[in-house]
Ligand binder design. Structure first.
Ligand code: SF4
Ligand code: FES
Length: 237
């Protein structure tokens, strides 16, 4: 374990861990939108900015990407840190003025007006959906496209996400809840990625329990018997 200080408090972190993880574990609140424990840090939202002093030199950095190091001093609530975070949340709010979570975060951080040109996007470009899809699910169904103002998370060629297995992991991780999934009898649709898949029906209870395409992928990857998913998870238990 590596000892260091956060806001005058002694903490310890695992080698390879990030300052943000240690802070959150210690109950020190640092706002963050693009961090998730199950994927690699990406540094997209920049909201987790902190001041780090190392060998007498101070710098502002994103705490989700900054590795724990012995002897560093981290300041999460220095005035220049709070000022920078206010500017960042104001920019995110200008991009997505209708997002309830962003509105609430901005208010909590003392931002009551937006001085920048407002857009009407709903996605904050945190990249979590794409990273979970790639790193955890292994489907690579969606990715960032375009640059600058036009940047978007989309399926290839903006059509149906043909690699999507409709597992719903992206629905769960999206911090602003803009990826919706709907189920109708034997079909599941991930609306944002224009992906609709037929569901498998359990041979015992008759419930539709998972997309066929997803189960076929799992069987192929894990070399499972052909009839492995003939019964649902509940009936199997
Ligand atoms: S859709 Fe949601 S998870 Fe994906 S990049 Fe946008 S805000 Fe992040
Ligand atoms: S949580 Fe660190 S940059 Fe987004």
């Amino acid at each position: 374990m590596i000892p260091f200080m956060i806001d005058g408090q002694s903490v310890e972190g695992k080698e390879g861990g990030s300052v943000l993880e240690v802070a959150l574990d210690a109950g020190i609140d640092i706002p963050h939108l693009c961090y998730h424990e199950s994927v690699k840090p990406y540094g997209a939202c920049r909201l987790c900015l902190v001041e780090v002093v190392r060998r007498g030199r101070s710098r502002m950095t994103t705490s989700c990407t900054y590795p724990v190091m012995e002897g560093i001093e981290v300041f999460t609530r220095a005035e220049k840190v709070l000022r920078a975070r206010r500017m960042i949340i104001e920019l995110i709010l200008a991009m997505c003025p209708g997002d309830k979570l962003i509105q609430d975060m901005a208010r909590e951080m003392g931002v009551n007006q937006v001085r920048f040109k407002q857009d009407d996007k709903d996605c904050i470009l945190c990249g979590l959906c794409g990273r979970v899809c790639e790193e955890v699910v292994g489907a690579n169904a969606i990715q960032f496209a375009f640059r600058g103002d036009r940047r978007e998370m989309i399926p290839p060629f903006q059509g149906e996400a043909m690699n999507c297995i409709a597992c719903g992991a992206c629905v769960v991780v999206c911090p602003v809840d803009v990826i919706k999934m709907k189920e109708q009898r034997d079909e599941r649709t991930i609306i944002r990625w224009k992906r609709t898949l037929k569901m498998k029906q359990c041979k015992i209870c008759g419930n539709y329990f998972a997309p066929l395409f997803q189960l076929e992928k799992f069987k192929e990857q894990a070399k499972l018997p052909k009839d492995f998913f003939d019964i649902c998870y509940t009936c199997r238990a």
